[in-house]
Design a protein. Structure first.
Length: 183
């Protein structure tokens, strides 16, 4: 798996979903408990902005611009440029009171977070995006590596749901992350 190519592919897929969201849909509920489309979009952009600034914050949020599709694209472009910078995946991030994590793990977190929230946004707004199943399988494998069961509650994930083996890899990822998936 080429992590940087997967980030680029995920950001592009997410941009196509964000482009399909109308301002009237910002108040719709999402598969993320207590988060509507606007709040989830704000979070997704905020996380990209934090990674672009090399200040990982998985709970970040950004105020939404009127043209939130352009805002998302700009944030995704900046984050991808930061990840592609020489040495961006090298070294570790010191975290007060917690063990340091390698930058490469944070890139994986950025991948899973963006991919998952793209799925959430598509579900909430009734979109049927073309999702690359190989990418979804790689995101699922990454999620299984970076989200141990004992950390689920700490990072806000519900217990994993039992996916149906015949479901798409993206639906299996959603189930792993505690989302009820359509059957």
């Amino acid at each position: 798996m080429d992590l940087l190519d997967h980030l680029q592919q995920t950001f592009a897929m997410t941009a196509s979903i964000v482009n399909g969201i109308t301002p009237a849909q910002l108040g719709l509920p999402t598969p993320c408990d207590d988060w509507n489309v606007g709040r989830l979009l704000s979070h997704t952009i905020g996380v990209l902005d934090a990674f672009a600034a090399r200040e990982p914050n998985p709970t970040a949020a950004a105020p939404l611009d009127d043209d939130f599709a352009a805002q998302f694209s700009a944030s995704a472009t900046a984050a991808l440029a930061a990840w592609r910078a020489p040495g961006a995946l090298d070294g570790v991030v010191a975290r007060p009171g917690r063990p340091p994590l390698p930058w490469s793990v944070f890139a994986g977190i950025n991948l899973v977070d963006t991919f998952t929230h793209a799925w959430d946004l598509a579900q909430a707004t009734g979109q049927q995006p073309k999702i690359d199943e190989d990418l979804a399988r790689d995101c699922l494998a990454m999620a299984q590596r970076v989200i141990p069961d004992d950390a689920r509650a700490i990072v806000g994930f519900k217990p994993a749901q039992n996916p149906v083996p015949s479901q798409s890899a993206s639906a299996q990822l959603a189930a792993f992350l505690g989302r009820a998936t359509p059957t």
